[in-house]
Write a protein that binds this ligand. Structure first.
Ligand SMILES: Cc1ncc(COP(=O)(O)O)c(C=O)c1O
Length: 400
């Protein structure tokens, strides 16, 4: 009998009861705007920032409307101006180059390796071209951060980390987002905590933090923040920093606080699922599983593998055959972007020369979401389906 998978790749877990209760409290009192506080009240948004700063070991934290907004705010706060070149990954999601473009700045793309991390040799070669790197830990793969910081420090490049896929991850014991000058996180439904939309930004730099708070739309109410620098720092920046409204509200913050308290447990659950998939897909002829470095603590909320140097029609055959059995795979090598699969040559507003080594990796790159609603046996079943369909197509190719 042919095994079928019938689960949904887009169904997340419900919001925990504690989050629902906290949200109801906010709805009942009606003070959703973060600065709308009763006497003595601190507010869910300010508390969220205080707690996340402590969790990440950061001095300052700001909660905003989305991960993409956190990225553009970080770029503005470190001083990127219209027309400036900004280094970034050739392989990431569209909101990353989009954040650069939103300032009228210009993405300069750096290639990807077969480990799915930024190509550090390409970065070293291009580091002289820009003052800022917007580094995306795309799909949760973290490069050698010590080496990356060496390259960037030597070239005077400020690093902003896009941790949309690495909230809860670490490199060499340092939480993801804490190597660079700024770390940005997404709280959108498909990420590691879910408030529908939302973003968080952390930094230890008081000027960046103060600018970010004003940029996010604090008016002159910045003293209501609990994880922001003192008023003397705001005095330095308040007349020169525009308000580009993008505040987090108390409702979303209320939903997020209990989820952040559970983050480590959720990471462990994701990684159990990831390990089952990894185990099930190791040793499949023609399929390469991505090895995870010792120094990396990852969050297995998505899974990638390579069908390296396969012809496009064969990759498409695998996608079709898996889809017929209920397994939704995304292909970053497709000539046209579908859903969220985009890459440097999909962003024609930022023209760049062809990047053959990157193209080769992306041509064979398949990806799937791993929501926590999947059980371990679901993951084992998904791995069996992929294994058999990759095997069937590979066999035919070998025999033809
Ligand atoms: C790698 C990456 N960076 C940034 C973002 C932006 O996050 P948000 O959707 O919260 O704006 C996303 C969202 O999908 C993403 O996948």
């Amino acid at each position: 009998m042919t095994e079928m998978f019938t689960g949904s790749f887009t169904q997340q877990e419900p919001i925990p009861d504690e989050g629902i209760e906290a949200a109801l409290t906010v709805l009942r009192h009606g003070r959703l705007h973060r600065y709308n506080l009763a006497p003595g009240e601190l507010g869910e948004a300010a508390l969220l920032e205080q707690e996340f700063a402590a969790q990440m070991g950061a001095k300052y934290c700001l909660a905003v409307t989305s991960g993409g907004y956190a990225l553009s705010t970080a770029l503005r706060a470190v001083g990127v101006k219209p027309g400036d070149p900004v280094l970034s990954n050739a392989f990431t999601l569209a909101p990353v180059p989009g954040a650069i473009a939103s300032l009228g700045a210009r993405p300069v793309f750096v290639g990807v390796t077969g480990d799915l991390t930024i190509d550090l040799n390409d970065l070293a070669a291009k580091a002289g071209q820009a003052r800022v790197l917007l580094l995306s830990h795309m799909r949760g793969h973290i490069c050698d951060m010590d080496r990356l910081m060496e390259i960037c420090d030597a070239a005077g490049v400020t690093v902003i980390e896009d941790c949309a896929h690495t909230m809860g991850a670490a490199w060499n014991g340092v939480p993801s987002g804490r190597y660079g000058a700024v770390g940005c996180y997404s709280c959108q439904t498909y990420k590691h905590v879910n408030s529908g939309e939302g973003g968080l930004l952390v930094t230890d730099d008081e000027d960046i933090a103060a600018r970010a708070v004003i940029l996010s739309g604090s008016y002159m109410l910045y003293e209501r923040h609990l994880a922001a620098p003192g008023p003397e720092v705001f005095e330095r920046v308040k007349y020169d920093t525009p308000n580009i409204s993008g505040r987090m509200d108390n409702l979303r913050a209320a939903i997020l606080r209990p989820q952040l308290r559970d983050l480590d447990q959720q990471v462990a659950r994701w990684n159990q699922r990831y390990e089952v998939l990894e185990e099930g897909l190791r040793g499949v002829p023609g399929l390469t599983v991505i090895d995870r470095p010792e120094a990396e603590v990852y969050v297995g909320s998505s899974f990638q593998f390579l069908l390296q140097d396969w012809a496009g029609d064969k990759v498409q055959a695998v996608l079709r055959r898996c889809a017929e059995r209920g397994v939704e795979l995304k292909w970053f090598g497709a000539p046209e972007p579908h859903g969220f699969t985009s890459r440097y040559d999909s962003w024609r507003y930022a023209p760049t020369s062809p990047m053959p080594a990157t193209d080769r990796v992306l041509a064979g790159l398949l990806d799937m979401r791993v929501p926590l609603t999947f059980s371990l046996s679901d993951c084992a079943l998904i791995a069996r389906i992929i294994r058999s369909e990759v095997g069937a197509v590979f066999q035919k190719t070998a025999n033809s």
